[in-house]
Write a protein that binds this ligand. Structure first.
Ligand code: ADP
Ligand code: MG
Length: 737
């Protein structure tokens, strides 16, 4: 009896949700797919049937380290278990085979590679009647849509073929529909397979995302409030792990590092100390955590952005396995996004690369979107989690930073109606970008010759930037006013609710959006620290001036300039001269106002100005490193297509990548002299305007130029003009090999 085994062998009194039903399905010899979050208790779903059925259960598992732990644990519980992988000597392998022949083994763990070796299949064939069950753990590894594709898992296709009568149970914590579909079809499951999906809602976890600014200070503050609690801090690289661990140690925290660069002995010692509460905090790369069952991890901090939601969910899932409240804190920056993308460039398979990029974008949406983070996570895993309107404040406080502290709302009725009307007047045939372009009256290449200028809604929005409009549209989708189709070219559709709201003239409330042009999407992160509060004060001043002069705020000062002012705390007009984009005229016009704001701020905060000024080298921060690599194979393919007369969009479509990726090929080709000019891609007038904006200094970041030029120029155009400038002036450029 399963229940007896649960108690007698494993010492547990009650099944966790779904375990009983899953075990029963397996015992009925049916194929089974289990989708359950990390820590949900998947292992018992095949271990209990294995024990009950006797015979041999074969468990495919991707990680050697995990296998050993599982086998050790089973042996401790008196189960005859073993693993067979590359760490066994020939002698050990022979002994193991003998044991299997004598029917002394109950559970055998193997790595998927083994199925590739011919001899092994023959070995299984001979055993045929003794095998009771195949269990495929971490089954998402079979899918290229998963976050952890392992080509060897494809070997498992032969199981159903060669052993049609032996049931299969596949288990994973990744529950996206595409992955599920792949598991089912690649394993060739029998028609009457059943899927068991546990809830992915980890109710005791609190999710929080913060802008990555002075994250080390923020982490110290966080840890100081959690004395004696266990937690994990994930960092991007080994070096970051070592830095963070030693800095924390220096501050007196009980902490050890963990990453693949340490010897196995040190790693297992550090892990052991953590499990035994001899050390409070582990600072680690994502190498840490697989197979760690410590129940009382009270917090998981991500000091850098995870590369997809699956990883994030798995890593945060290591907190609070005991069901008590635990905190998941993530620090988000666009710099980290770029670090990850850098690695994506190395992925040679285009489909995989695109897939990885899409997943990263979802992760960024999670950080950026203004709604309940739990809802975003669960919707990602296809679970219809909705916030109930009568939820108590108490419960909201336990959910996530957003629910605990929702942002301000504004009356968005007018702008929403404009958007609805643009969609209606173009017969609901266009996507977000076009609708925004129409409302903003953009005159880019895509827009000409389609008669948009004659629409009554053309160019009727000037109080919101394009970014803000996109954000508003996203919110309208989330609130059910609009729908985005899931086609290859997604278009916006009006929903019933929109029509109703218009006819009844109801009010639409949305969360406040940043109204001015923002560069945040690509390049907001500078590597110097500035005071956010002062930055906000300066923005208020800028807004006041802008309104008086009836000009867009960025014409007065760029955000970059305000950030630099907030960093160096200028005390004289002389100091202001060093700020990027502030010349004599602006100093005369606004200098005194700016200095007054800074003075007030310093008085209020009792900041000693002198201390600040000396640490920051403005010349250094005003210069960016432009990195251009030599052309690679892909770039030359692009070159061939260009010589064939294909457009950038067409090439992008052939490779199934973004146009931006093709532009990065162009950039390499241009810099290497393979392509002479960009007249075919950017018209001359545009080139001139952009080149002027660079003002003979092409070693500038794209975002500050874009910020000055506004919405009618794209990053790609600016980038191409820049590389021409760099090449022609023969600037020193860092060549990255
Ligand atoms: P998963 O593979 O789904 O991530 P595991 O199978 O490793 O999860 O189980 C996570 C933890 O929960 C383990 O420590 C396991 O012993 C424990 N566990 C599983 N089922 C039960 C149960 N019915 N009662 C109590 N603890 C359980
Ligand atoms: Mg598991």
């Amino acid at each position: 009896m399963p229940k007896k085994i649960l108690k007698k062998t494993f010492g547990y009194n009650k099944f966790r949700p779904l375990q009983k039903e899953i075990i029963q399905n397996v015992l009925n010899k049916k194929d089974t797919v289990v989708l359950m979050p990390t820590g949900g208790g998947k292992s018992l779903c095949y271990q209990i049937p294995a024990i009950h059925l006797q015979g041999l259960t074969i468990v495919v598992s991707p990680l050697i380290s995990l296998m050993k732990d599982q086998v050790d644990a089973l042996r401790q519980n008196g189960v005859e278990a073993a693993f067979w992988n590359s760490t066994l000597s020939l002698d050990q392998q022979n002994k193991l085979q003998e044991k299997i022949h004598n029917k002394e083994l109950n559970i055998l763990y193997i790595a998927p590679e083994r199925f590739g070796a011919g001899g092994f299949l023959q070995f299984l064939q001979n055993l045929k009647d003794d095998i009771s069950l195949f269990a495929i753990d971490e089954a998402h590894c079979i899918s290229a849509w998963g976050h952890d594709f392992r080509p060897d898992y494809r070997n498992l296709q032969i199981l159903k073929n060669d052993f049609p009568k032996i049931p299969i149970i596949a288990l994973t914590a990744t529950a996206t529909p595409k992955v599920l579909q792949d598991i089912i079809s690649n394993l060739n499951l029998s028609k009457d397979f059943k899927v068991f999906q546990g809830s992915f809602d980890r109710k005791n976890l609190f999710y929080e995302v913060k802008r990555k600014q002075k994250s080390f200070d923020q982490i110290c503050y966080f840890l100081n409030k959690r004395k004696k609690q266990s937690g994990i801090i994930y960092c991007f690289s080994r070096k970051k792990v070592d830095d963070m661990a030693s800095k924390l140690k220096h501050k007196g925290f009980s902490v050890l590092p963990y990453h693949a660069g340490l010897t196995p002995q040190v790693r297992s010692k550090n892990q052991d100390k953590f499990i035994k509460d001899e050390v409070q905090i582990i600072v680690a790369t994502i190498a840490f955590g697989m197979g760690i069952d410590k129940p009382d991890v009270r917090f998981v901090i991500h000091d850098s952005l995870p590369k997809n939601i699956e990883s994030y969910y798995q890593e945060t899932g290591r907190a609070g396995r005991d069901g008590d409240p635990a905190h998941c804190l993530l620090f988000f920056s666009y710099g980290d996004k770029r670090n990850i993308e850098f690695f994506f460039n190395e992925i040679s398979n285009d489909l995989e690369q695109k897939n990885a990029e899409e997943k990263l974008q979802k992760m960024i949406d999670f950080c950026e979107q203004k709604r309940c983070r739990r809802q975003i996570l669960l919707n990602y895993f296809d679970e219809d989690f909705l916030i109930s309107p009568d939820r108590s404040e108490e419960n909201a406080k336990k959910c996530c930073d957003f629910c605990a502290n929702p942002p301000e709302t504004f009356d968005a009725t007018e702008i929403s109606f404009k958007i609805f009307s643009a969609i209606a007047r173009t017969d609901q045939r266009f996507g977000m970008t076009t609708i925004v372009d129409i409302l903003k009256g953009s005159k880019n290449k895509k827009m000409t010759g389609r008669g948009f200028e004659n629409l009554s809604v053309f160019g009727i929005v000037d109080d919101f930037s394009k970014d803000a409009m996109s954000e508003i549209i996203r919110q309208l989708v989330e609130q059910g006013f609009l729908r985005i189709t899931k086609d290859e070219f997604p278009v916006l559709k009006l929903m019933q609710q929109a029509a109703e709201t218009i006819s009844k003239r109801k009010m639409i409330k949305l969360f406040e959006v940043k109204r001015t042009v923002s560069d945040s999407r690509t390049d907001a992160q500078e590597d110097f620290e500035f005071d956010e509060e002062l930055f906000e004060d300066l923005r208020v001043l800028r807004m006041k001036i802008a309104q008086e002069k009836n000009l867009p705020p960025y014409v007065i000062f760029h955000d970059k300039a305000l950030r630099q002012i907030s960093a160096i705390l200028p005390t004289s007009t002389d100091d202001l001269k060093n700020i990027s984009g502030i010349g004599q005229r602006k100093i005369n016009e606004y200098g005194d106002d700016v200095l007054e704001i800074v003075r007030n701020f310093c008085e209020r905060k009792k900041v000693n100005v002198g201390d600040h000024k000396n640490n920051i080298d403005l010349e250094k921060i005003n210069k960016v490193e432009v990195k251009i690599s030599p052309p690679n194979g892909r770039s030359f393919e692009t070159l061939n297509f260009i010589q064939d007369g294909k457009s950038l969009e067409e090439i992008a479509e052939i490779f199934a990548v973004k146009v931006g990726t093709i532009c990065s090929h162009l950039e390499r080709l241009i810099f290497a002299g393979e392509i002479e000019d960009i007249d075919d891609f950017v018209d001359e007038k545009t080139q001139e305007i952009i080149a002027d904006a660079f003002d003979d200094n092409f070693e500038q970041g794209l975002s500050s130029i874009k910020e000055g030029l506004g919405d009618d120029f794209s990053y790609d155009e600016i980038r191409l003009v820049r590389v021409i400038g760099l090449r022609n002036e023969n600037k020193k450029v860092i060549i990255k090999m």
